[in-house]
Design a protein around this ligand. Structure first.
Ligand SMILES: NC(=O)c1ccc[n+]([C@@H]2O[C@H](COP(=O)([O-])OP(=O)(O)OC[C@H]3O[C@@H](n4cnc5c(N)ncnc54)[C@H](OP(=O)(O)O)[C@@H]3O)[C@@H](O)[C@H]2O)c1
Length: 309
């Protein structure tokens, strides 16, 4: 099969589009014939060796949508030809024609959208859902500030928070202000010419997907007892207590049941994945260059097979 592998850590040029053997499903695993593979910043962090020295060679990619191709033995509740999507574990390999994955990480894909949009969901959708609801416990009527709102995680977070009935404030550059209002943000702060801490205060929740100075300045905009969740920054000991709030770093779980719940919300037409770039699998290098710019809107997806929608 065709796959995009790395044999060494480094720049986009270490991504090699090559022929490798098809993987075989073990007990409790499913083999998926991949139609589309989502791209995440974690993919280029893995490629650069920033996530530890993972075993090489390795097929990159964590998010896939496709069709169940074959089943391993035992405990697999899917049938061949079912249309599914999944968040993979590191090293399973999503930039390929086939992958094998633990069936607990798989869900039926939303029926209302195609494989490309479905492949955009797993990591970013689960990250937004887990940060807002499982960790911060965001409720109807509460307020949330979402940093990096125009990105992969942010575009899901804005829509999930709105669906929940929260008041949503987003940060982005000027080119994304109107776009973010169109997907549900109640207010958008252009971080290139406004300081968010001079505009908002007393927020119930802040979701930080940017880090650095943005993270540091976020403590002060929370109400007492509020919740700061970051996808990128560790929380130093005692920091939350010092500010009188709660704080946690997200580590996204690959959870098929939660993915199925997200699929339902998408089929209710309350949330729509934002896919702005679709490239062939053989263009993974270009996809990584785009993602590393840190200024793509929504998601980049690699097309592996033919999406009938
Ligand atoms: N811990 C976890 O489990 C977990 C899970 C998922 C993601 N992550 C991490 O979370 C981060 C975000 O992921 P992602 O997929 O959303 O990334 P992404 O799609 O690459 O995010 C790009 C977006 O960030 C925005 N942005 C850049 N600088 C900004 C700033 N200073 N203020 C506000 N917005 C800014 C850009 O908007 P403009 O173009 O308008 O600037 C752009 O739309 C990544 O580092 C990723 O690795 C971690």
């Amino acid at each position: 099969m065709k796959a995009v592998r790395i044999h060494e850590f480094g720049g986009p040029e270490v991504l090699k589009y090559e022929d490798i053997p098809e993987p075989q499903p073990g007990p409790g695993e499913i083999r998926i014939r991949i139609i589309a593979a989502g791209v995440n910043p974690m993919d280029w962090k893995m490629r650069k060796g920033l996530v530890g020295k993972l075993p090489l060679p390795m097929v990159i990619g964590l998010d896939v949508a496709g069709v169940v191709d074959s089943l391993g033995q035992g405990g697999v509740f899917f049938q061949p030809e079912e249309e599914v999507f999944a968040k993979l574990s590191m090293g399973d390999g999503g930039y390929a024609e086939y992958t094998v994955v633990d069936s607990n990480q798989v869900a039926r894909k939303p029926g209302s959208i195609g494989f490309v949009e479905s492949a955009a969901i797993p990591t970013a959708g689960l990250a937004a859902w887990q940060a807002l609801f499982d960790i911060a416990g965001l409720e109807k009527g509460q307020s949330v500030l979402i940093h990096g709102a125009a990105g992969g995680v942010g575009t899901f977070a804005v829509q999930f928070a709105k669906w929940k009935g929260a008041f949503v404030v987003a940060t982005a550059s000027g080119t994304n202000v109107e776009f973010l209002k169109s997907i549900g943000a109640d207010a958008v702060i252009n971080y290139t010419n406004q300081r968010f801490e001079e505009i908002v205060c007393n927020m119930d929740v802040v979701l930080d997907t940017v880090g650095g100075d943005t993270f540091d300045r976020s403590w002060g905009v929370l109400k007492p007892g509020g919740f700061l969740v970051s996808t990128v920054e560790g929380i130093s000991e005692g920091a939350a207590e010092e500010h009188g709030v709660h704080a946690q770093t997200l580590i996204t779980r690959a959870d098929g049941k939660e993915l199925a719940r997200i699929s339902e919300v998408i089929d209710e037409m309350k949330v729509k994945p934002v896919v702005t770039n679709i490239l062939p699998l053989s263009d993974a290098q270009k996809a990584h260059e785009m993602s590393e710019s840190r200024h793509t809107r929504g998601k980049i997806v690699l097309l592996v097979g033919e999406d009938p929608l």
